[in-house]
Design a protein around this ligand. Structure first.
Ligand code: UDP
Length: 414
């Protein structure tokens, strides 16, 4: 079998990891897997799935990727589900629920043959979740993959969703703290980054020099960076406060805030204005508004930085943390969500709760360049071990074994 794409990961994940994947997939070759989500473009779920599907196919799993789509009211309903799972008190009307069920029933009908022939149906997030109700005499194992934080859902809406999810054979959450109790086995699988993506691939020094000159950043002076949407939960103003406090002792430091998507998000625009106000006329703060596909620019900025901050006060997984760590950067991150499983205090970065805490860690790292470099190196190895998409693939294969064997505790592979 040709493993051309998988082999490209050998350099990053290690040849033993690639070998292990080939062995692990052996008994799964020929398995029919259908993924269903709501989009093939945009957002982390589609980005991760895109490469997963390519790799699974190359490894001999008969994988297809289908999408559910509907009219405006369907998306209003699923957006409400999304917000309710994340804890917002939202009302989902009966007419929205009707459209949701109708869209799921129609999509199940359209995909009926495929879903009935499959061995595993992998449903991502709430949008296509109800399809399961419309496929009877199911041969496949159905897995519900929740990509969002379900730790404190809005109960009335969650109750409705949980009834649907109860039909499934297993659920998967990203972190223990995001999970909910279910009447079936629950698995934890963290997200991952793709080392071959334009956002993470190796760059030449000229690509990095290009961002210094494009954004008038001085390569001779330390650079602090935060890459995030302009969102209150990412606390960009707190980052500016931390920078200001650190700058009192280290006047030469610079700060870059890079984000995007503010123009079509009214809240984003408000936050961006607050950030610009907080930055004032300080020429050492660059507030950048980048287009959604500025992957190479983000990659280069992450490589140009000395320290990366992700001072979120609430966070999902926080892919930007793994991205920065992969580039040998120590991360000063908010003590929340997935940042907690990526930033190991004093080893791969520092967890902080306040601008003062972040400023203290900036000063500490910049005054101890050897420690800064060592933490950066450890951070990269930590990502190599835990947060590359090859680990993600391995865990999906292990999950397939588990559900195909009815989630028994011990599976003999001969
Ligand atoms: N990102 C981007 N452009 C931006 C800001 C962020 O491409 O202006 C990317 C970032 O590199 C990361 C993803 O979007 O890959 C954000 O994921 P994360 O989990 O950090 O935060 P989310 O936005 O999902 O809350």
């Amino acid at each position: 079998m040709n493993h051309k794409i998988l082999e490209q990961y050998s350099e990053h994940a290690g040849p033993d990891v690639i070998e292990h994947l080939k062995q692990l997939v052996e008994p799964l070759i020929g398995l029919k897997v259908v993924h269903v989500n709501s989009t093939k473009l945009g957002g982390g779920v589609a980005e991760i799935l895109d490469k997963m599907v390519i790799l699974m196919r190359e490894l001999g799993i008969d994988t297809s990727w289908e999408v559910i789509s509907g009219e405006a009211e369907f998306y209003t309903c699923t957006k409400n589900f999304h917000n309710a799972i994340q804890g917002n008190r939202v009302n989902v009307s009966d007419s929205q629920l009707e459209v949701y069920e109708k869209t799921n029933a129609e999509t199940a009908e359209r995909l009926r043959d495929k879903l009935q022939e499959a061995d595993i149906v992998f449903i991502h997030d709430p949008q296509p979740a109800a399809m399961i109700k419309y496929i009877d005499s199911r041969k496949a194992k159905w897995i519900w993959r929740c990509h969002i934080d379900a730790s404190k859902p809005f109960r009335p809406v969650w109750k409705h969703l949980k009834n649907i999810i109860s039909y499934y054979d297993a659920s998967v959450f990203s972190l223990a703290s995001f999970a909910q109790r279910m009447p079936h086995p629950v698995y934890l699988i963290a997200p991952s980054i793709d080392p071959l993506h334009r956002k993470n691939m190796d760059l030449n020094q000229t690509d990095i020099d290009e961002v210094y000159s494009r954004f008038e950043i001085d390569p001779e002076r330390p650079i602090m960076l935060q890459v995030s949407r302009y969102d209150r939960f990412k606390d960009p103003v707190g980052v500016i406060l931390a920078y200001r406090l650190a700058k009192k002792m280290l006047p030469h430091i610079q700060l870059v805030l890079a984000g995007g998507g503010a123009s079509d998000d009214p809240e984003g625009e408000i936050i961006l204005n607050e950030v610009r106000m907080a930055a004032g006329d300080d020429p050492d703060i660059k507030v950048l508004l980048l287009p959604g596909d500025a992957h190479l620019t983000i990659n280069a900025l992450q490589r140009a930085a000395d320290i990366v901050l992700q001072k979120s006060i609430r966070e999902g997984f926080g892919l930007t943390v793994a991205e920065a760590m992969w580039k040998n950067k120590p991360v000063i991150g908010g003590d929340t969500g997935g940042i907690r499983i990526q930033v190991v205090n004093h080893h791969t970065g520092f967890l902080v709760n306040t601008p003062e805490g972040a400023a203290l860690r900036i000063r500490y790292l910049l005054s101890n360049p050897d420690i800064l470099n060592n933490i950066g190196k450890t951070a990269k190895e930590f990502v190599r071990e835990n947060f590359l998409n090859t680990r993600h693939l391995r865990e999906y294969f292990t999950l397939f074994y588990a559900v195909l064997h009815n989630n028994i505790e011990r599976i003999e592979l001969s």
